[in-house]
Design a protein around this ligand. Structure first.
Ligand code: PGA
Length: 261
């Protein structure tokens, strides 16, 4: 059975004082509350080491939001997979649409990033998603197929299992317009089909696929109840600790019901 994953993507937000306030309010002692649900905070790189230390003895994992596609060298201002690993980072977002759009990241660069993360045993949270124009032109399935294939074509069975996919339609990110449960489920099923064309059924059924894009405590229940939606990558709604905890609890409730069945 797949577990639920709720990942925060803080993007370029919060001062160190705000980070300290946020984590103080985060329930870390309720160990059982995180059973079957993995919570990941993907935070600005400046706070990674401090947060990793802070959450060391808890079930909360810390992730980065990006990594460079080279192992090391003359890339001023960039951060490598080796650096992330050396401070204990366990997850890293790659291929977010904001990176594709504002930093011109290509599918092949993103595929290299995923490979490097695997080399250093960091779990990639690989993002894919179509624009509104692409959806309106009815090419959304082929766009996702191209983005997903460019990454999974090089993965071993074990690496595929250790890759989290986040479907984030660009038109839903930060707009307040989330994909409907139907749209999310339809695309997640399609992504699973793409995986199935290269991997066996067991692997296909075990890959975690998250939904992201204006997900909040009001729509989380409907979205996370979809059979192929294994949780969410949460942007704006993760910035407020109470709201983020409501979303985590929603995922836990759904997962507990599945387990009790
Ligand atoms: P949003 O962002 O929840 O603010 O729409 C999601 C994301 O970009 O990962």
């Amino acid at each position: 059975m797949r577990k639920k994953i709720i990942a925060a993507n803080w993007k370029m937000n919060k001062s160190f004082t705000e980070v300290q306030e946020y984590v103080k309010q985060f329930p870390t002692t309720e160990a059982t509350c995180y059973n079957h649900t993995q919570v990941i905070l993907c935070i600005p790189s400046t706070y990674l080491q401090w947060c990793i230390e802070y959450f060391k003895h808890t079930q909360i994992a810390i992730g980065a939001q990006n990594v460079h596609d080279s192992e090391k060298g003359a890339f001023t201002g960039e951060i490598s997979a080796i650096m992330l690993k050396s401070i204990g980072t366990t997850y890293c977002i790659v291929g977010h649409s904001e990176r594709r759009q504002y930093f011109n990241e290509t599918d092949s660069q993103i595929a290299r990033k995923v490979e490097l993360l695997h080399k250093y045993s960091i779990i990639p949270i690989f993002c894919c998603g179509e624009t509104l124009e692409q959806r309106n032109n009815n090419v959304h399935f082929s766009i996702i197929e191209k983005q997903v294939n460019s990454v999974i074509k090089n993965l071993s069975d074990d690496q595929m299992l250790k890759t989290i996919i986040a479907y984030e339609p660009v038109w839903a990110i930060g707009t307040g317009i989330n994909a409907t449960a139907h749209q999310a489920q339809e695309m997640h099923t399609y992504i699973r089909k793409i995986i199935q064309s290269k991997f066996n059924d067991k692997i296909t059924q075990n890959v975690i696929i998250l939904y992201g894009g204006s997900c909040n405590s009001f729509n989380a229940h409907e979205l996370f109840s979809c059979a192929d939606v294994d949780g969410g990558l949460i942007g704006s709604a993760s910035l407020n600790v109470d709201e983020f905890i409501r979303i985590i609890k929603t995922a836990q409730d759904i997962q507990n019901k599945i387990i009790q069945k």
